[in-house]
Design a protein around this ligand. Structure first.
Ligand SMILES: Cc1cc2nc3c(=O)[nH]c(=O)nc-3n(C[C@H](O)[C@H](O)[C@H](O)COP(=O)(O)O)c2cc1C
Length: 333
């Protein structure tokens, strides 16, 4: 501009010039900020790997750049080891899958001894997904893991449909509030409440979790379903019922996230359910999620988690957004 003026070049008046944000001075230096706040945590990107679909993170390290993730959420952890349900426990459905793994895991002692040293090496945040048969069991896990540096927070799974009483704390608001009230004093780390779609009013449960002390909400866990082998007239999975996940559940998940976000203004919400593209993730951001988790798609297209940050970066640039704020909750009903 200065050089051009010196040469006596005449410029169009500013009102007539097309405003190209990418040509504004310093624009190139201002890459969109992909970070997302979740309670007391800052995630590098809003993309996380969902519990039960990503092992303990290191299994995917050869194919997914874990530094691109906001966090890895571990497989549900219980105090005692669990073998899970009898097989067959997975069945592919139209646009999704049914699973009844039944929270198979190594238990708290082995987790601390064998898994924590591996989790400590991950170049991303680690959220431990916690399950319990009682408030005391949930509290024991949070209490024992709270001092461990590799653990950045807890996703409290109150929503597993594949075990007896798995949804007790997700389907009764008073029980849910009581659970989070008991967990709050056990840790200063993030308490994320993972909610179930298998309830009448998800907004009521979301409010109860926050009232009890959850700093953030994640939803949804799987939807209870089943499949029948018509030749044998027997169930496709040994547990009879299982949890439905994948693209088939995305509309339900979006509805739940939207209702929870409206019920709990200002509380960070993590959207989960059927995400297989940036466009899917954008839908969740627009209805109020500040981060999302990818689950079933990790089996089919594990590269999605590699692509999403770059695709979001390009989308934000094209919209002229410096960060996620103008996107989150921008949906208009
Ligand atoms: C095989 C499998 C195992 C899962 N295990 C867990 C688990 O241990 N704990 C949990 O909270 N959610 C578990 N989930 C639920 C997912 O974390 C996620 O909430 C759900 O699958 C919906 O997301 P998606 O449609 O992207 O898969 C599991 C899902 C699948 C498919």
């Amino acid at each position: 501009m200065v050089g051009a003026e010196r040469k006596g070049v005449k410029h169009k008046p500013p009102a007539l010039r097309r405003l190209r944000r990418d040509r504004l001075p310093g624009y190139a230096a201002r890459m969109p900020d992909l970070t997302s706040r979740l309670g007391n945590l800052t995630l590098a990107t809003p993309f996380m790997a969902a519990s039960g679909t990503f092992g303990y993170g290191s299994e995917y390290a050869p194919i997914v750049d874990l530094a691109n993730l906001g966090a890895v959420v571990t497989k549900s952890l219980s105090v005692a080891p669990r073998e899970g349900n009898p097989t067959p426990r997975i069945w592919e459905t139209s646009a999704g899958m049914l699973n009844a793994i039944g929270l198979e895991n190594c238990g708290l002692d082995v987790f601390i001894e064998k898994k924590v040293p591996e989790l400590a090496k991950l170049p991303t945040k680690v959220l431990v997904n916690v399950v319990g048969n009682s408030i005391e069991e949930y509290a024991e896990i949070c209490t024992r893991l709270d001092p461990i540096e590799a653990v950045d927070g807890f996703e409290i799974n109150i929503s597993c449909p594949n075990v007896k009483h798995g949804c007790r704390f997700a389907s009764d608001a008073a029980d849910c509030e009581r659970l989070f009230k008991a967990l709050k004093p056990t840790t200063k780390k993030l308490l994320l409440a993972k909610l179930s779609p298998n309830v009448t009013d998800v907004a009521e449960i979301a409010r109860a979790a926050v009232e009890g002390g959850a700093q953030a909400l994640s939803l949804i866990n799987t939807l209870l379903g089943m499949a029948v082998d018509v030749k044998t007239r027997r169930p496709r999975i040994a547990n009879v019922t299982g949890g439905l996940s994948g693209p088939a559940i995305k509309p339900v998940a979006l509805r739940c996230v939207w209702q929870a976000a409206r019920a709990c203004p200002g509380v960070p919400v993590v959207g989960i359910g059927g995400i297989r593209s940036l466009e899917d993730a954008l839908e969740f951001f627009m209805v109020g999620a500040c981060a999302v988790q990818v689950g079933t798609t990790n089996y089919l297209d594990p590269d999605l988690l590699n692509r999403l940050p770059g695709e979001l970066d390009a989308w934000l640039k094209a919209e002229g957004y410096a960060d996620l704020k103008p996107l989150v909750g921008s949906f208009k009903a």
